[in-house]
Design a binder for this molecule. Sequence first.
Ligand code: ADP
Ligand code: MG
Length: 199
Amino acid sequence: MIDLIDVSKSYGPGLPAVNHANLHIDKGEFVFVVGNSGSGKTTLIKLLMKELDSTSGQIIVSGERLEGMKHRRVAKYRVVNRPTRVIRKRVPEVLQEVGLAVKYKSFPDELSGGEQQRVALARALVNSPDILLADEPTGNLDPKTSREIMKLLEEINARGTTVLVVTHDQAIVNTMKKRVIRMQKGIITEDEKESGYIG
Ligand code: ADP
Ligand code: MG
C-alpha cells in the first residue's frame, strides 16, 4: 500500500528533515508515528500526501510512484469521494453514531476542536478512503475526547482503510497496541509491530 525507498527531504542546507527513510506499510494496517517535535513526522505525512516532493528516493502509494504523478491523480488517491448525495444521506447517520447529531447544522467555527475532528472522521467513515493520514488529530483535546477520536480511527481502520496517525499521546499509543514508528532527527529509529510500548 505504502512504500518508501531511501527517501530524503531537505528544506535547505543542514540535516534533511527526512533522512534516508525506508518504510513498508501493508493495506489495512494501523500505524502510529511518534517522535519529538522537529523529528520529521509532519514532513513524512506531507510527502505521502504529495504536498511536498522528496529530494531523493522513491515513494510508492497504491502501486503508483508519487514522483512525477500528476496533481489530478494525487487528489484522487488522497480521498476517493462518494457522490455528494450519498454523503448527505450518510453523514448525519454516522454523526449520530459518534454522538454529534445535534450540532451537525452549526457553523464549523462553533464546533470545538474535538467536534471538528469527529466531523472530519465521520466523513472518512462515509467515504472509506484507501488511506487516512492524520497529523496529531488529538493535539489539543482532553483525554476523553482523544480516546473517542482514536476509537473512530480504529473503526475507520476496521472498515478497511489503512491508517497512519502522528501523535504525542504516549498513553494512547501504549494502550492501543498498534505498530509504532519512531522518528528522531529525520531518521526512522524504531519500527515495532504491535508492541504498543514507546517508553
Ligand atoms: P515534526 O512534525 O516531527 O515536528 P517537521 O516535519 O515539522 O517535524 O520538521 C522537521 C524539520 O524540518 C525541523 O527541523 C523543521 O524545523 C524543519 N522544517 C519543517 N518545515 C520546514 C519548512 N517549510 N522550511 C524549512 N524547514 C522546515
Ligand atoms: Mg508536526
